[in-house]
Design a binder for this molecule. Sequence first.
Ligand SMILES: [Mn+2]
Length: 407
Amino acid sequence: MQELMNGDFLKAVKFTAEKLKDVTREVYIVHHNDADGICSALILTIALMRKGRDVKRYCIEKVHPKIIERIHEGKEDDVIIYTDLGGLALDTIAKIDGGRNYIFLIDHHPAVKVESEKVVELDSELLGISGDLFISASSLTYMVARGIDEKNKDLAYLAVIGSVGDYHDRYGGVLGIDRLSLEEAIRLGQAKIKIEKMRERYYIVPLKNYASDVAKAFTNLGVVGYLEKGYNIAIECTLSGNVDDAIEKSQEYEKLKERKFKEMIERLKNGELKKERYVQWFHAKDDFYPMGVKAIGEFCQVTKDMSFFDDDKYVIGFQNVYDYIPDLGEIKLNAVKVSGRTPIPLERKILNGVMPGFDCLIPEASKAVNGFPDATHKVAAATLIEKGKEEEFIRAFERIIETSQCG
Ligand SMILES: [Mn+2]
């Protein structure tokens, strides 16, 4: 598989693996709560377990300075690996750590470059491989695991599940390095390709289920069951080789989500949706529990074109960030997650340049209330603001449109 990859990438993978190979320190894995993050954590956990290392994991939704502080607090000369998140925050992570520990980043998201003796940064985007399509965090950790020990090649099926979890099969099948993980899994008899409606589906032999079903279940457990540590069910079931229980539990969470979303829709129809001149907004407060803050974005996405929303107004949803991280305990974040979406007619106006996009509106409105813009695209965006500043945020948002500050 090596002759197909660029030299710098392979070198960086090898370097990371060499550094992890004979580690004798305490190892902590910080990972994202979706299927790709869960599979990345699994691959690293198993690879290090096989080296006789016991690892501790922290599953988080987002990197936030207060969360980083808590993770690094009291640790000295330990190894802390961030995977499937952290790329853009690596400078903050390194700064908060202050050189006390060895930090590894194994990520496929855009990242800032950090040069430090105690930081090992393996980010596919920085090495010219698109993490959006050609390599999942799981495929990347899989390459590292193989570098740690050749016998870890039998973790290929986990890389396939992670890749499918990030929808890297959206053009009909997985591509690039994800494809190499898949081919390895096929060679080892772990995966079989089935063509269904012009698309590939991957049957994962050791787990007796399709990758897409396992991935969906893992993301559900991690996201909908976040505050109840649903991700641990995914991890334990995979380690025991029986994911049927994980799939069943995830279906319960799926039902819970549907019920919560339905209740919220009713409330919005019954007057909880506030309409301003350009914006229509609502606050889910703590009512999506135990779902993490991804819930508000998903809710806006699935409801934005329903008839109770005006089709020419921006949709803004707020959800309280819990002051509690399941693996870390209480952390006073005092924050609210803001999600923005647009009904299709407004989306067209934005894409035609008639109305400003969230890519300008959200960062600008966040700035007005000292928020942290997160992911901002033209027609979908998210940010974190301080609790209590919701109305001020909406006023700033309206004002920015009114004064054509965003064109
Ligand atoms: Mn990912």
